[in-house]
Write a protein that binds this ligand. Structure first.
Ligand SMILES: [Zn+2]
Length: 373
């Protein structure tokens, strides 16, 4: 994902994201090409058609209609045809930000457009400070004495509904270029699902993600001031070009667990499982079971597999639950069936359980491990 360089700086940075409902970031990505970006600096193409047919402007009474949905419903249109106004205070100045009714203002983009993060949505108690503004009914037609900023999609839009700068009134049929000019303009609205990809004809998707890696192109940002140089083939000194590459190892563990679990607990993929196998000894006080478990543990070790052995004096149910909770890829259960020379093999991922002869337990385990994800 294309990402913000933040405090570290440099010319570009990329985050490596795992899509997950519990992720703390919002991602915008294309299913058709490799475009992907953190929502902080996403770019998007047009989505739904904004506005409608060209027609004449008309003032209509919209008593008490403050939200986009109220107004759209009352005027028998949808939020696709409403020019939404969000009022901000930048420093001490009011700013009316206009975006399509079906989008939200991206404050990260607004920060870039304004060149400052010293702004906030106008609070109710601040409204009296700006008497020229009619909150809830602010529109660009005839709006004076207030700083404005338009999302790029407002350019050329027709047939819009917007506030009439008068309590309880809206305009319909508003047209950019005729009734107002979208100036200044910037990309300040966030992407919505279904927007076109900025790189191809694909459709953008939006998801939450967990950041597990982040790399930056630092160039000579740090090596220039620190005079970190090397002698090139030409015999001259050149600055070292620097990059930084971070992997969040502890986050990766959490992310893997987040993606590989069921109601029983963790189900480790074998590539990252702490150990490949758990031996559950159902009756550790019984010499035959204790010996068989010992033997299995040694034979596994001889083949390079370290086993976790549960020989606690607790009920079988507790051990089975704990084995599932811990989630090693394969479990070998040494229990009653040992009387018939058999043990149980369980694959954690599928829950599949079958008995095998003790002598074949090792081969059975290797097969089960090979099949495990
Ligand atoms: Zn694309």
């Amino acid at each position: 994902m294309e990402a913000s360089t933040g405090l570290i700086g440099g010319s570009a940075s990329h985050e490596f994201m795992v899509i997950s409902e519990v992720g703390e970031d919002i991602l915008v990505y294309c299913e058709n090409c490799e475009y992907g970006a953190n929502a902080e600096l996403e770019m998007h193409g047009p989505g739904r058609a904004f506005g409608g047919e060209s027609r004449s402007i008309e003032e209509v009474k919209t008593p008490g209609m403050i939200t986009i949905d109220d107004v759209a419903g009352f005027l028998d249109t949808t939020c696709d045809g409403v020019l939404k106004c969000v009022l901000y205070v930048v420093g001490n100045e009011a700013l009316a930000v206009f975006v399509p009714g079906y989008r939200e203002v991206s404050e990260a983009k607004l920060m870039t457009a304004l060149g400052t993060d010293e702004f906030h949505v106008m609070r109710d108690d601040e409204r009296d400070l700006y008497p020229t503004i009619t909150p809830g009914y602010t529109g660009p037609v005839g709006l004076e004495g207030v700083r404005v900023l338009f999302d790029a999609e407002a350019r050329g839009a027709r047939g819009l509904v917007c506030g009439a700068n008068k309590l309880d009134y809206h305009y319909t049929g508003v047209e950019e270029g005729r009734d107002f000019t979208a100036e200044p303009v910037a990309d300040i609205a966030g992407a919505v699902e279904g927007d076109l990809c900025p790189r191809c004809d694909g459709i953008l998707k939006i998801a939450r993600g967990i950041e597990i890696g982040h790399i930056f192109k630092l160039g000579t940002k740090y090596t220039d001031p620190l005079k970190v140089e090397f002698t090139g083939e030409d015999g001259a000194l050149h600055p070292v070009i620097m990059g930084t590459y971070g992997i969040g190892t502890s986050r990766m563990l959490q992310t893997i667990v987040e993606q590989h679990n069921d109601e029983g607990g963790i189900s480790w993929p074998k590539a990252v499982a702490p150990l490949p196998v758990q031996i559950v000894v159902v009756g550790p006080g019984r010499p035959d079971q204790a010996e068989a478990a010992d033997r299995l543990e040694r034979e596994l070790a001889a083949r390079g597999y370290q086993a976790l052995v549960d020989d606690r004096e607790v009920s079988p149910g507790v051990k089975f639950n704990d084995a599932d909770l811990i989630g090693l890829p394969v479990q070998i259960v040494v229990g009653k069936k040992l009387a018939d020379g058999k043990v149980d093999l369980k694959t954690r991922h599928t829950g599949e359980r079958r008995d095998v002869a003790l002598e074949e337990a090792l081969e059975g385990f290797e097969r089960a491990l090979a099949e495990a994800p």
